[in-house]
Write a protein that binds this ligand. Structure first.
Ligand code: ASP
Ligand code: MG
Length: 427
């Protein structure tokens, strides 16, 4: 039986040293029946998004340059890990992955979301191929699995949802095949349509979700997300000086934090774990001896005593009003949210007045244009880009760090509930 799922994100495999560090962690735990879910290396997903954009919007030359950056970056890591001694078969498989990627990048005739999934998914295919080779090279026996044979989904490209019955059927077999002492590795973020014909992705940062899907279907005991911070903190240490670790939170608190944009875990991750009562740990790959943060179903009154500060950048605030001055009633809300659902727009904070609905969402040019087009007949849509959503959870105790953060910033929207205070501000 596979007992533990380890998820390693981009930062934990961003260069050869990071991969060596991963190997040390895995080697130390290899007899604990672990299963690895790994993201694309470093900022590869962003680099691939750029390459795709360049291939689609500009001439092939610019696209080729962007692709060369991706190749050079991975070559650097391979050199750093194997020097001149890489196995030729492995080198050939990496070269083949890049050739396939290059071919798929040229299919600008395909719809964007579809082509995105066929190309950007290579980040994970390449990273896991390199890491499997390196683990075997270091005598940590490792089996590579193609996540597209296990995570089967609908055809919502760029934000696919699993077909749980099919996915469970495939993944649960891995428990029978499991050999104690052999570590399995698979890709986060990617899957396949049920017919096996098309690659899909689960949405940015989706590797955490992949880890949760495998954990649920394998009935694992726990999932560990290895991060570059000491567990779950009450704010992003890159933005706030005095952060504290949250040693333990409940599943529902984790969902709340992730929903508002705490980048520590993907919002969809918690539900599959909660449903099977699987413990989630957030642990530092830089300080693996530091106690992890633990997320589970056990109630804990201390949770409410530490305010958390969550900053989500790159928000677009839209304000929508009916052209005929009708109220922002249920009928209008249905039209607007129907369009959002069609376009995969997810509202992060919503406010309504008699004549207006305002909400902000993660900026995406195509989705914004789509929304304006879908609503233009009956509604006027105004928008502001480049904003920040700032959320304070459990603000009722004290939130001095919040005052500091808001100082001098223009507030466009403010909303509070008993436990949560939110602001949309100019960045
Ligand atoms: N590589 C993907 C991304 O950067 C998925 C992930 O890392 O979770 O969004
Ligand atoms: Mg991540």
């Amino acid at each position: 039986m596979i007992k533990k799922i380890y998820k390693f994100g981009g930062a934990s495999v961003k260069d050869a040293d990071a991969v060596r560090n991963l190997k040390n962690i895995v080697a130390q735990h290899k007899d604990e029946d672990i299963f690895l879910v790994v993201s694309a290396m470093g900022k590869t997903t962003n680099m691939l998004e750029k390459a795709l954009k360049d291939f689609r919007e500009h001439d092939g030359q610019l696209g080729m340059e962007a692709l060369h950056d991706v190749i050079a970056y991975h070559d650097g890591i391979i050199q750093g890990l194997f020097g001149k001694g890489a196995n030729p078969e492995f080198e050939e498989s990496i070269a083949n992955l890049f050739i396939e990627l290059w071919e798929k990048l040229q299919r600008a005739d395909q719809p964007y979301d579809y082509q995105y999934d066929q190309t950007v998914s290579y980040g994970e295919l390449i990273s896991t191929t390199i890491i499997q080779e390196y683990l075997n090279h270091c005598e940590v026996p490792c089996r590579w699995l193609d996540a597209r044979k296990y995570v089967l989904t609908d055809e919502r490209f760029r934000s696919a949802s699993p077909d749980w019955d099919e996915t469970r059927l495939r993944i649960s077999k891995l428990n029978d095949e499991h050999i104690h002492g052999i570590v399995c590795i698979t890709q986060g973020f990617i899957g396949s349509t049920v017919d096996g014909k098309h690659t899909v992705t689960l949405g940015r940062e989706g590797s955490d979700y992949t880890a949760a899907i495998f954990a649920n279907c394998l009935d694992a005991e726990e999932v560990t997300i290895w991060k570059d911070v000491d567990g779950l903190l009450n704010a992003d240490p890159k933005r706030f000086d005095e952060t504290v670790q949250l040693p333990h939170i409940t599943y529902s608190e984790a969902i709340e934090l992730a929903f508002y944009g705490a980048s520590i875990i993907h919002p969809k991750t918690v539900k599959p774990l909660q449903n099977k009562n699987i413990t989630l740990k957030v642990q530092s790959f830089l300080h693996p001896d530091h106690a992890p943060s633990v997320i589970d179903g056990k109630a804990d009154r201390n949770i409410e005593r530490t305010p958390s500060y969550i900053v989500k950048d790159n928000q677009t605030l839209v304000s929508i009003s009916p052209r005929d001055y009708s109220f922002m009633n249920e009928h209008n809300l249905r039209l607007i949210f129907g369009a959002c659902d069609e376009l995969n727009i997810h509202a992060n904070v919503i406010q309504t007045s008699a004549l207006m609905l305002s909400f902000c969402f993660d900026h995406d040019d195509l989705r914004l244009k789509g929304l304006i087009a879908a609503l233009k007949e009956s509604f006027q849509v105004k928008y502001n880009k480049g904003l920040t959503l700032f959320t304070i959870r459990h603000y009722d105790y004290s939130y001095t760090m919040g005052d500091e953060f808001l100082k001098g910033k223009k507030i466009l929207l403010k909303q509070s509930s008993r436990s949560t205070l939110q602001f949309v501000i100019e960045s």
